[in-house]
Design a protein around this ligand. Structure first.
Ligand SMILES: Cc1cc2nc3c(=O)[nH]c(=O)nc-3n(C[C@H](O)[C@H](O)[C@H](O)COP(=O)(O)OP(=O)(O)OC[C@H]3O[C@@H](n4cnc5c(N)ncnc54)[C@H](O)[C@@H]3O)c2cc1C
Length: 430
């Protein structure tokens, strides 16, 4: 992911190419010389109405919906690295909304439904593939848990159902349902869950933000948050001081550090989460399967690689890379359910720093600093939430108060003991 937009220093308001079959045909006749940069590479201005720290999916989506839903476009998105170079470009791209608690189902289903036509809305192919997601039940306890979630989802308007082992086998023939330790007893099935191309989601939002006149500024690290009389006034960055009226902190695994700059603490821990992919093979699996008991999950990418994820590290750290024991543990767990992968070579492994809350639910909240809002705590499962989270965070920043989607996810829930327990839905890391 190396798109920095460096060849286009000018502002790009309304100047982007519209992507279409016609445009592809037109450019084919002129050596593709007419394509413009997808987003600009502006210098920071002295002042913005809103600054968003973090150009991951959540930060970019927040900026996009600020512009689209509220007409706020004097916005800068500041990124210390490159667009989507954090967890947004490192995840295993699973999208689903089969959560147990009502506030979670509402925000994840909002996100899933926005994914349905996100490519059209952004005019950028995010390759949303609603191929279906199943969470395997491999113990009696999981059967009860997933049946309960299916009933809750029915009340919440989330389309899921509990299926038996024969249907699991029909949907995914490479599964060994009679496994030696943990036979497959059934699954929670969400037919419109699936995957999308993760970095395309960041790029699509960035392109639209840039086109609306916002400044997406890469290689610009926020090193301090300035305030006066309890109100945010701006940020200090590696490219100078920038003033703002409102500030959104959307930095996932770095949330604790940035909150510290603003003068408050978060009930959050950062840990590395890893994933790996195999060599590409012919299509053999057209659903996403999560096996929480053995602790692994798998899907097949469009390139043919088997995309595999496991659990998070059991200790706090900020390492964005893989480790050998994770490969061994995750693959050993999955071989039991998918014996055919024992013959695959593993190609790549990587890690991201995820932000975990105690109840495994996110934080979308006002903060003790006036005008400063935070979006974090998506932990191992926030890729699927990007459009809904951006929608809700934009609403909170624009109005100064959380709207219905964000209301239950405030920081005050930790003081009041109003936890939104999703430790089962979060299960294995995804
Ligand atoms: C291996 C792995 C697998 C995963 N699998 C899934 C999955 O299958 N499905 C799912 O839904 N979720 C999954 N997730 C979780 C998901 O990736 C994250 O929840 C989501 O991407 C978080 O997005 P974000 O925009 O909040 O954070 P990020 O994408 O991490 O963006 C935050 C940005 O803030 C920037 N930043 C930090 N500090 C500063 C600073 N001081 N100044 C300026 N910029 C700063 C960072 O550089 C970064 O680019 C997975 C995560 C990992 C690591």
């Amino acid at each position: 992911m190396t798109h920095t937009g460096a060849l286009c220093p000018a502002k790009m308001v309304g100047t982007m190419n519209r992507y279409s079959a016609f445009a592809v045909a037109r450019e084919a006749f002129r050596d593709h010389a007419g394509w413009r940069r997808a987003w600009g590479n502006p210098e920071p201005k002295r002042r913005y109405d809103v600054i968003i720290i973090g150009a991951g999916g959540h930060g970019l989506a927040t900026a996009y919906y600020l512009g689209k839903n509220y007409g706020i476009t004097n916005v800068a998105i500041l990124e210390k690295g490159w667009l989507g170079g954090g967890n947004t470009g490192r995840n295993t791209t699973i999208i689903r909304s089969n959560y147990l608690q009502d506030p979670s189902a509402a925000i994840y289903e909002k996100a899933r439904s926005l994914y349905e036509d996100l490519s059209q809305a952004l005019n950028y192919n995010v390759m949303f593939s609603p191929r279906g997601v199943m969470m395997l039940a491999q113990t009696e306890h999981e059967i009860r848990g997933y049946k309960r979630t299916a009933h809750a989802n029915a009340l919440q308007g989330v389309a899921t159902r509990y299926i038996g082992p024969d249907e699991v086998k029909r949907l995914c023939p490479i599964i060994e349902t009679r496994g030696p330790r943990y036979p497959v007893l059934g699954a929670l099935w969400q037919p419109r869950g699936g995957t999308a191309r993760h970095d395309a989601v960041a790029w699509g939002y960035a392109r639209k933000c840039s086109d609306m006149g916002m400044d997406v500024i890469q290689k610009c690290e926020v090193t301090g948050i300035r305030q006066a009389a309890g109100q945010v006034t701006g940020v200090t960055t590696t490219r100078g001081d920038i003033d703002c009226d409102k500030l959104g902190i959307v930095v996932a695994g770095h949330s604790g550090h940035v909150a510290d700059m603003a003068g408050f603490r978060l009930p959050i821990e950062s840990v590395a989460l890893q994933a790996l992919v195999s060599e590409p093979i012919k299509p053999c699996m057209d659903v996403v399967v999560m096996a929480n008991t053995v602790h692994g999950y798998m899907s097949q990418s469009d390139k043919g690689e088997m995309v595999i994820g496991g659990g998070a590290d059991g200790f706090n750290n900020y390492t964005q890379r893989g480790s050998f024991h994770h490969i061994e543990e995750t693959v050993r767990a999955l071989v039991e359910t998918f014996p055919m992968i024992s013959r695959l070579k593993m190609l790549r492994q990587w890690g991201g720093v995820v932000d975990m809350t105690g109840d495994r639910s996110p934080i979308l909240s006002k903060t003790p600093l006036g005008g400063c809002f935070i979006n974090c705590g998506w932990g191992t499962g926030g890729f699927k939430a990007i459009p809904g989270s951006g929608w809700a965070t934009a609403e909170m920043i624009a109005r100064g108060e959380p709207g219905p989607l964000a209301a239950e996810f405030g920081l005050d829930r930790f003081a009041e003991g109003r936890f939104i327990d999703e430790s089962v839905a979060a299960g294995v890391a995804h």
